[in-house]
Ligand binder design. Structure first.
Ligand SMILES: [Zn+2]
Ligand SMILES: [Zn+2]
Length: 327
């Protein structure tokens, strides 16, 4: 089978032995396609993942071989996520499921940018779902990234009709704005790239150039979905006193919010990282009912052209890359 691996600062494809189930529990799935996540870009660009790593986790797949107590059978098309919380540790008990050791250690093997993937029984029982029939494979691949957004919205714990500013309208910002909207918030988006502002406006959500915001400290909450240091200033200039800043992006210089600003203005700054099984379920519902629209958001690449998908994403030429692996 063909896989795409990191090799000396490039992503290259290579042939390896095809997986089989033997007598293991779980399933071998044929990967139909896999979205390219911002976290894959960071792992590649910052050399966090070593050579030989297969990135990718936003998969849509078809079951090829299965030995499972789950409701799935051979031939079913599914979506799945990659991590599963244990449900028993101190993190899990407090709702911090994405910090759970088990969560971090579970994964799809070898990774989504591969013709076949092994899913454990735990994956099938907890985070896999049938692909909704009204969605295309590419649309369904937003299951995991939208799950991340659902988690962020839930963690912010906002009152209905709260005024929320989303800073950064890449694919996550566009999903986040729509998720907030679906949860009943009054959403405004901002970015520096006009094409992205247009996308949100076309979805019926107000969006502006970040430079044109009046900075009147009028938002109950600001969601940071831009991996830029400047975004922190935008957040502080626009959040109202007592408001909540939700951090959903790493920034190049890893700088922080000033202590005294947090103290005197009674700000809440909280992070949100990766979704729980319940967040993922909600994500699938939002996609299926088109409360979150993802049509035409992705650009399609073949597995052999995956390097170009990475380059185009890094150079902001596209919103989101979808690697189509099987027809
Ligand atoms: Zn992702
Ligand atoms: Zn746990």
């Amino acid at each position: 089978m063909k896989i795409a691996v990191i090799e000396k600062n490039h992503i290259v494809t290579q042939e390896v032995e095809t997986l089989n189930l033997d007598d293991k529990k779980g399933a071998i799935v044929k990967v139909l396609g896999c979205g390219l996540c911002g976290s894959d870009i960071v792992k590649f660009r910052e050399h966090i993942s070593k050579d030989g790593t297969v990135l990718g986790h936003e998969i849509v797949a078809q079951i090829e071989e299965i030995n499972s107590e789950s409701p799935f059978k051979k031939g079913d098309k599914i979506v799945t996520s990659h991590h599963i919380p244990c449900g028993k540790c101190n993190y899990c008990k407090h709702g911090n499921v994405s910090m759970c050791e088990h969560f971090k250690s579970t994964n799809i093997r070898p990774g989504g940018f591969s013709e076949y993937v092994y899913l454990s029984e735990e994956h099938l029982l907890n985070v896999a779902h049938h692909m909704p029939e009204n969605l295309t494979e590419m649309e369904a691949s937003f299951y995991e990234p939208l799950g991340c957004c659902v988690r962020a919205v839930r963690r912010a714990n906002l009152m209905p009709q709260s005024k929320v500013l989303v800073v950064g309208l890449g694919s996550i910002g566009i999903l986040m704005s729509q998720a907030l909207n679906a949860f009943g918030m009054q959403v405004t988006g901002c970015d520096l790239i006009q094409e992205r502002i247009d996308i949100l406006n076309n979805l019926g959500i107000n969006a502006f150039n970040s430079g044109a915001l009046p900075a009147k400290r009028e938002y109950d909450s600001v969601f940071l979905t831009a991996g830029a240091d400047k975004a922190l200033d935008t957040a502080l200039a626009n959040i109202r006193n007592g408001g909540t800043i939700l951090v959903f992006a790493s920034t190049p210089h890893n700088s922080g919010f000033p202590n005294n600003e947090i103290y005197y203005r009674e700000l809440t700054v909280l992070g949100s990282y990766s979704p729980s099984p319940a967040d993922l379920k909600e994500s699938l519902y939002l996609l299926k009912t088109e409360k979150v629209k993802v049509k035409n958001l992705s650009t399609v690449y073949k597995l052999d052209d995956i390097q170009k998908a990475f380059d185009d994403t890094i150079n902001n030429k596209i919103i989101k890359a979808y690697i189509k692996i099987k027809d």
